[in-house]
Write a new protein. Structure first.
Length: 89
């Protein structure tokens, strides 16, 4: 939970209303994240630890801690597997 992630250099992102839109400039693929997932992306961009992201989500959303942790870790795994984020520490 002390790990920090950052966006891969090949990912460009923009906040458009209630969603984050990203483009992989190497593959030409577009992605979007809404709601809590978009908030996670925003926090990743701030160099926040996984624990700090978890704490923010618990504060800002009506979610149980166990569910929040499971979904956060699953999202981070998916983003990492898609090479959209890299571990920063």
């Amino acid at each position: 939970m002390d790990t920090k992630f950052s966006a891969s250099e090949q990912i460009l992102s923009s906040d458009i209303g209630d969603e984050m839109v990203m483009m992989d400039i190497n593959l030409g693929k577009y992605f979007s994240l809404k709601g809590p997932s978009g908030r996670v992306w925003e926090l990743i961009g701030n160099g926040t630890t996984v624990q700090a992201i978890f704490d923010v989500l618990l504060e800002e959303y009506d979610v149980e801690a166990e569910q929040c942790q499971q979904e956060l870790l699953a999202l981070l795994k998916d983003l990492h597997d898609a090479e959209m984020i890299v571990a920063a520490g």
